[in-house]
Structures are given as C-alpha cells and as structure tokens.
Write a protein that binds this ligand. Sequence first.
Ligand SMILES: [Zn+2]
Length: 327
Amino acid sequence: MPSVAAAAFDSHGPALALDVGGTKLAAALVAADGTILASDRTPTPAGPGIDGSVIWAAVTELLDRLYLSAGSPALAGVGVGCGGPMVWPAGEVSPLNIPAWRGFPLRAHIAARYPGIPVRLHNDAICMVIAEHWLGAGMGRESMLGIVVSTGVGGGVILGGQVLNGMSGNAGHVGHIIVETDGVACGCGGRGCLEAVARGPAIAAWATERGWIPSRGDLGATAEALTIDARTGHQVALEALRRAGTGLGIGIASALATLDVELVVLGGGVSQAGALLYGPMHEALRQYASLGFTRSVPVVAADFGPQAGVIGAAALVHQGAAYWIAD
Ligand SMILES: [Zn+2]
C-alpha cells in the first residue's frame, strides 16, 4: 500500500499531529508557530469484536489522507496525544476508553512508519495543558495547572516553564485527587476521586438516580443535556452541577497547596456549563484554599476547544525544550 514512510525530515517543517480519543481520531498539520495548515478526523472504530489492528488501520488511513492531500511536506516530527494510562515515554498505550488497545505500542508503530523523523507521544490531557501554555490561556506563564473535565477528568502541570512529567509521565493526574473520603467508586479502583464526582457521565448518572429525565431526549442522559436543564432551573440538575463544582474546587485547592502555581486553566466539555459549575467551584475554593499562595490563584477557561489536542501534540515536536524532556 502507498506509504508515507518516505516522508523527509525538515526541522522547520510542519508537525504531523494526532489526537487519539475514544470517539474520534483527529489529525492536523501544524506549522512551527502553531497555525493549523490542514486537519481531518474520523470516528474511532468501536463496538464488540473490534480488534486493535482495526483502530491502527483507521489511524494510518487518516494520517495518510491528510498528509497526501497536503502535498507530502517534509516534517519536523510526528506528535501524538492519547488517552492513558500508558507506559511513557515508550508510548505503549492502554486507553481506558479504547478497550481494544492494551499495551499497544503506538509510538513504535508510528516511528516505524516515519523512519528518521522524531515521534513524540504524551497523555492527551497533558497535550491540552501544553497547548494552553504554548499559545492559549496560560501563554507566557512560569507555572500553571490545567484540568480537562470531560468524559474523564485529566490534567497536567507546568512548572518553571516546562511540563512536569513525573517518574512515569503521569504527573498531574488531578482526576484522582480524593475529594470525598467515603465517595463513590472510581474507574481507577479507588473511591471518592474528583473524576468519579465531576466527569460528565458521573454527573449525569448522579442526577438520573435522583429522578432527572433529560428534556432534550435526543442528547440522552449526558452532561450537555443536564446543563441545558439546569439553566432552566431544574433542581436536581442544578444540584448535580453544584456537587461537581464543589468537588472541583476541593480538588483544585489540594493541588494548589502541592504545586504553588500561578494559574489554573479549565477546559473540556463539562466546563462549558459555565457559572453553574464555576460558582460552586469558587465557593469551595474560598472555603478550602486558605493559604496565602493558594487563595488568590485565578481559575480561567481554556482558550482552545477540541483543537487543543492536536496543537499540544504538535508542541511536543515544535517546542521540545519545554514540553519534551524524555529522550
Ligand atoms: Zn480515581
């Protein structure tokens, strides 16, 4: 099959960026200044019996289509964001939302397809945080905490202008800060984690158990439908967002005490609930973030929407000194 393996290397060329999610695969060619030159996407193959090789085939088809239609430019590198957990920096991925990939050697597979070209891979939430620090709401800051509240709750940390990796590339997993000591079970095996309280499906499930039925049946019992109902004053929907916002505030207060950062950037679909989430979050922050260096840290909305994934993945290539300190 025609392969893009013949791609040439050019340190000033664009990065080929890939964002692997549970519902979609997104790819983009991103210039050194962060401009998206071309982009494409495709649904992530899912369903019973889906084999890992089917997902890999969808990835290569997407990358080839984008790369060939853009005229096959010489590349500065390939950057990838993927759901965790993963063995990092080896890039063996086991995304919770892609059961067909367990220990899948994604970085090695891509490297074999693009010989002689740097291939860099990180957690998708960390890529979002990197995008916001490079060109978004955290641009120019020495330090920040980024949190993505979506189907999961992810995060990442910038300290001293560089991404914090930790021993295994997992630093900044704020979704598993404990916010309710006797709280509900979390997908990680723990209990009372921020993710178990604030991730979109958990918010919707909590409300459903208390009798909420979405007025927008076409959206299903989702955080999006719940936000719509909360805006019209539905009490259970409001309380569900209040609970999530409070958990978020408690989690952020704990993280701020540990990290001493100057800014918190909040992204992801659930954060679109706006004041209904931010209000209770700020209330909890006032209550729990009481040290001088945690009290006045601003919490702001992310600049980038869904494009953050590919921009952050490209930054692994274009801004390696700050965001890629693995090899
Ligand atoms: Zn957890």
